[in-house]
Design a protein around this ligand. Structure first.
Ligand SMILES: [Zn+2]
Ligand SMILES: [Zn+2]
Length: 172
């Protein structure tokens, strides 16, 4: 969705719409979208500055980086950006304070879709985890570990399991 700076209404532009993205567009290629990305945004021209404020909501799934099981990851993030005309890029150094990076728009246009995609990628966890204390996969049998130790390790020594085995045998 391309925003034409010249045609922005004086009172600003209100946007409320869904965007479809493909997983290959994302930094996290294993991500799967459960629903389109919903965007509520306002675009305002203040002098030559373009202020874009908005909210992105969607639900997607990532693969846990420890146990590899997909888990749901809801996104609800806000952004507040200011774009300057490209002519100002030449004097960028003078504009910038140390910890501020400036954004610029080119050819009097801004691609909202690109902004949404970048914001999405920014909200993703560097190491997606199904839960903080996910124990990952057992190095012995390759199954997912639940509750401290994999059953393949404790199989022989756990009396509770022996009882369970007897119980199952008795039921047959
Ligand atoms: Zn996990
Ligand atoms: Zn195991």
């Amino acid at each position: 969705m391309i925003i034409d700076i010249e045609r922005l209404p004086r009172k600003g532009l209100e946007i409320s719409r869904d965007f479809e993205f493909l997983s290959v567009d994302l930094v996290e290629e294993n991500a799967v979208f459960f629903e389109p990305v919903h965007v509520e945004a306002t675009v305002k021209k203040i002098g030559e500055e373009i202020a874009i404020k908005g909210r992105i909501t969607t639900r997607l799934s990532f693969n846990c980086c420890r146990c590899l099981v997909p888990f749901e990851f809801p996104i609800d993030s806000r952004f507040d950006l200011v774009y300057l005309p490209e002519e100002l890029e030449e004097i960028k150094e003078e504009l910038d304070s140390e910890d501020m990076s400036r954004l610029f728009y080119y050819n009097r246009k801004i691609d909202l879709r690109e902004i949404i995609l970048e914001q999405l990628n920014l909200t993703f966890p560097v190491k997606p985890l199904c839960s903080e204390n996910c124990q990952g996969i057992c190095p012995v049998c390759g199954k997912i570990i639940k509750g401290g130790e994999c059953s393949c390790v404790s199989n022989k020594s756990d009396p509770r399991l022996d009882k369970l085995k007897i119980f199952i045998r008795d039921k047959r």
